[in-house]
Write a protein that binds this ligand. Sequence first.
Ligand SMILES: [Zn+2]
Length: 293
Amino acid sequence: MPMPTKDNMIRALSANGGVVFCGLDSTEMVREAERIHKTSAVTSAALGRLLTAASMMGMMLKTEDASITLRLAGGGPAGTVLAVANGDGCARGYVQNPVVELPLRPDGKLDVGGAVGKQGTLSVVRDLGMKEPYVGQIPLASGEVAEDITAYYAVSEQIPTVCALGVLVNPDLTIACAGGYLIQLLPGATEAEISQIEQNIGKMSSVTALLSAGKGPEEIMQLAMDGFDAQLLDSRRVGYRCDCSLARVERALASLGRAELEEMAAEQEEAEVCCQFCDKKYRVPLKKLLAQL
Ligand SMILES: [Zn+2]
């Protein structure tokens, strides 16, 4: 799978340590998602926004072998939209119904909230490698993704957060650009800092307008963190990545239980399993799998 050729995710911290910024140019990641899932314009935007958010939230976990799963279930025509990211920021995902066509909103934007639906939940599962994963769930704010992520942090984690996400789709359904940023106020942030961030954000164009104008995550950070003397914490290259393997597929099949597998083996030599994240096909000889149980 193609990875971007240069660092596309950065994190920065204000000089006094009260405000943390994470920015991502996820264009290549969302292009890969569109190539795999053959999404329509509005589902490219829904899945692309969720992948972008998951990738940044994965980076916030601070441990590379941790993972985060975002599941949007809003009752709209797109069905469930799901994205998983590892602690290194690489992400994968899918949308239940990849082909949904909706008229543009009155403001000319893709109707992501209409495709996702507004009657449902955003669930966030953080697996930090402990016994039990941490699960948070909130009612959807708008189904537009960024507002739902902001609401999740406010309600479930009590972290004041600004989230901006954008995916620009070309008329031929290819992805022109995609990206986003997360700004979080750490405990101790002052009212003055909060209003300064709000002022900065108020003056900024949309993420896709900034990316289209050739601005990268670092330049977007300079605009959002104006007046905070922000220092770059780290930068890295993240993309679309699936961790599936024959061993994982075999484990999933084995979990069906002996009785079910014997039933399948009576009808077919091999089970054909298609990875829902990357479309890779696996063929598992069932007799051999049964012999290993
Ligand atoms: Zn896969």
